[in-house]
Write a new protein. Structure first.
Length: 137
């Protein structure tokens, strides 16, 4: 489903895919504009937080004070860890391929069935699913 104000999983902030989408989900939830079926703080959000070594709820609290995406990412680096460019590249590749021949493949197939996309062979990853789901309407 199309959610105004929710960017693509592929969009990058500071070189990181998905980080901006996670921030959008937090902002939209705070405004009461995020549908209830969007995972918050779990799944890919949790992996992103683990990678940055921050607590999701701490980021939510920090976001309530405002700030740009880049400022929030810098806060994560200061209160968690600052990954190297290589680590970001590897993590981006891991996230962008999630669901393609890995332990998430069965979950992706279930998501496709439930979303009415079971015949869509072009949906190979969770990010592809996000894109297809948000373009459908």
């Amino acid at each position: 489903m199309k959610v105004p104000g929710l960017r693509s999983s592929y969009d990058k902030v500071g070189g990181l895919v998905y980080f901006g989408r996670m921030l959008d989900k937090i902002r939209l939830h705070a405004q009461g504009r995020l549908p209830g079926d969007y995972n918050r703080g779990t799944a890919i959000d949790a992996r992103m937080c683990k990678f940055l070594k921050i607590e999701y709820e701490a980021l939510v609290k920090r976001m309530s004070a405002g700030g740009t995406d880049d400022e929030l990412l810098e806060w994560c680096y200061t209160h968690g860890r600052r990954p190297t460019e290589d680590e970001i590249q590897y993590f981006d590749a891991f996230l962008a391929k999630r669901g393609w021949r890995d332990d998430m493949s069965a979950g992706l197939e279930k998501m496709k069935r439930e979303g009415g996309f079971e015949k869509r062979d072009d949906i190979q990853t969770v990010f592809d699913f996000h894109k297809a789901d948000e373009e459908a309407d």
